[in-house]
Ligand binder design. Structure first.
Ligand code: ARG
Length: 578
């Protein structure tokens, strides 16, 4: 569709140049103006003339009529003027050949728009608070963040994924004290993060009756800030134990980071930043604390230093943004967190702007998401009410394994496949809704092999793989060689699938610009629905007509490429067999 849009834009521009030399629209502007009519009966592409009415001072329907007069575009079989629109009907065979051949030629790069070539984007995501459990609340930042990284990489950006670990703060003083009093090295080495959480919980319980504990914890944190050897060693060890746990989950999700520079990394970088704010006369003292007043921007003040002079979460973020700008020279820096932190980001973005960093206005982007709750079956966890990610995944994998055992007990490598399908089901379900919506997680729904789920989509992908391997075995090939549509006629099932496959580049661009992976997830479901209708209603390998059979196999290959790329973009694994 993009090719046709470009060609139509070229022809429209020539026509506009003659009708209205002052229109000032380039080919890309015109191509960007096309819309998709809501009802396919109205056409496949529509060009609105309302914008032009302002320059030409003529009513849009009249403009549409004069543009349409004598207009002819390769690949467009009919043009209707309806209101202020030119409604265009594409030549189905032309679109079929153009779409399939573009996909077969570009393969896994089909759909990528190249807008990021030469640009760098930093993505700050996952970023759990060390020594606290990795729970379902972290699912959003982790997979939305990683999917955004994939989308940016796909479109040519140089991407830096940063896990901004919450590895600094008074909670480490508490842990150090709790460990000294009640902990044992062996227990923690063995129990991992659960043992650390248990110590933390015990500290809070004991502190309710023993007021001195909090003072001890503060003193321990101060010692840590002053590089006390023993405290530093303990702190490093706590981080190590936590990371070991996080890594297991990242591995299951196929996620790696380029940097684990967390909050502590910025401790020695903050004094200079605070000094800069002071010199720029941004800070005022309020009840002993140092703040930046943001009342002119309808926001509460941004807290920079506590009364005791220690730094805060926003201080560390400001220092981190400056460090990243100087280190990576990013064109965009994206932060993925729950919507509960929106004010925090708006505040410190504004502080950077007030410091004179113009780039903070449009290069720092906060991507918020809604809350997650779990309904239906209760997940058992050893850590109270929170649902741990590892428990969620383990349960999904177990259930998928049971379904597969029933459906396909002889499948080779079924453990690895159950893991990929189970984890993929959770991701797919989570990324189906707009990120800002609050999600109610229903395990049964996520894991079902029927309905709009990950397993269903993966099953459809496996179906394309199976058709392609049978096709190769029966001598159809090479499958990626260009197709010829001369002399064949296509049915609705084929045309619908082609039309959907042709939309992939638009969907990628939309998902990228809106930072919205769910655009891709829902698109996968459209491809699956069209492909399954095509598969059920039409003969592919058993078709008698050789030209049609070859075309249908190539169409299957095109769906296979698009699904594979789309799965990759939302971090869902793909399996040739399920
Ligand atoms: N550690 C924080 C939390 O768990 C999220 C950090 C997000 N990134 C940032 N640069 N502030 O809430």
């Amino acid at each position: 569709m993009n090719q046709i849009k470009k060609r139509a834009a070229q022809v429209l521009k020539e026509k506009l140049d003659s009708l209205c030399p002052d229109h000032a629209l380039g080919i890309n502007d015109i191509a960007g103006m096309f819309e998709y009519p809501p009802d396919p009966k109205l056409g496949d592409l529509a060009f609105p003339c309302f914008k032009l009415a302002k320059v030409m001072r003529i009513a849009p329907p009249k403009i549409a009529a004069s543009i349409a007069d004598g207009l002819s575009v390769d690949g467009i079989s009919k043009i209707d003027v309806v209101g202020g629109y030119l409604n265009m009907f594409t030549d189905k065979l032309y679109v079929a050949a153009a779409t399939v051949n573009t996909i077969l030629e570009k393969k896994e790069t089909y759909g990528a728009n190249g807008e990021g070539i030469g640009k760098t984007v930093v993505l700050d995501y996952s970023s759990p608070n060390v020594a606290k459990p990795f729970h379902i609340g972290h699912l959003g930042t982790t997979i939305i963040g990683h999917s955004l990284k994939k989308l940016h990489e796909f479109c040519g950006y140089n991407c830096i994924g940063i896990n901004h670990l919450g590895d600094w703060g008074t909670q480490f003083g508490k842990l150090i004290v709790a460990f000294r009093k009640w902990g044992s090295r062996d227990e923690i080495e063995e129990g991992g993060i659960d043992a650390l959480v248990a110590l933390y919980v015990k500290f809070h319980k004991e502190a309710e009756t023993d007021g001195a504990l909090n003072d001890e914890a503060r003193a321990a944190f101060t010692a840590l800030e002053h590089h006390d050897e023993e405290c530093t060693a303990l702190w490093k060890w706590f981080i190590d134990i936590s990371l070991r746990e996080y890594e297991k989950t990242y591995k299951q999700l196929g996620i790696t980071f380029d940097s684990y520079n967390g909050e502590s990394f910025y401790t020695d970088k903050m004094p200079a930043v605070v000094e800069e704010m002071r010199q720029k006369n941004l800070m005022v003292i309020d009840d002993g604390a140092s703040i930046v007043d943001l009342s002119d921007y309808n926001m509460p003040p941004c807290l920079i230093l506590k009364r005791d002079g220690s730094t805060l979460y926003p201080t560390r973020d400001i220092a981190a943004a400056l460090y990243r700008k100087n280190t990576y020279h990013f064109d965009k820096c994206i932060y993925v967190t729950s919507a509960g932190q929106s004010l925090h980001f708006a505040q410190w973005f504004k502080v950077l702007e007030l410091m004179g960093y113009e780039w903070a206005k449009d290069q720092l982007i906060h991507v918020p998401y809604g809350t997650v709750s779990i309904d239906g079956e209760k997940l058992s966890t050893r850590s109270g009410n929170v649902v741990l990610l590892r428990d969620l995944f383990a349960q999904a994998i177990e259930k998928v394994a049971a379904i597969m055992e029933e459906k396909n007990p002889d499948l080779p490598g079924k453990d690895a496949i159950a893991e990929s399908v189970g984890v993929g089901a959770i991701i797919f379900y989570y990324l189906s809704a707009n990120r800002i919506r609050d999600i109610n997680f229903i395990m049964e729904d996520a894991l079902s092999f029927e309905g709009n789920t990950g397993p269903y989509a993966q099953y459809t992908y496996a179906r394309t793989c199976s058709i392609l391997s049978k096709a190769s075995a029966s001598g159809i090939g090479p499958i990626d060689a260009p197709v010829n549509t001369d002399g064949i006629s296509l049915c609705d099932e084929e045309n619908d699938l082609i039309k959907t496959l042709a939309l992939f580049p638009d969907k990628v661009t939309q998902a990228l610009h809106e930072c919205e992976p769910s655009v891709i997830t829902r698109y996968i479901l459209d491809v699956c629905a069209d492909f399954n209708r095509f598969y059920h209603n039409i003969q592919i390998l058993s078709c008698d007509d050789e030209a049609l059979r070859t075309f249908r196999v190539k169409l299957t290959a095109s769906a296979n490429y698009v699904l594979a790329s789309a799965f990759d973009l939302i971090c869902v694994g793909k399996n040739e067999k399920i």
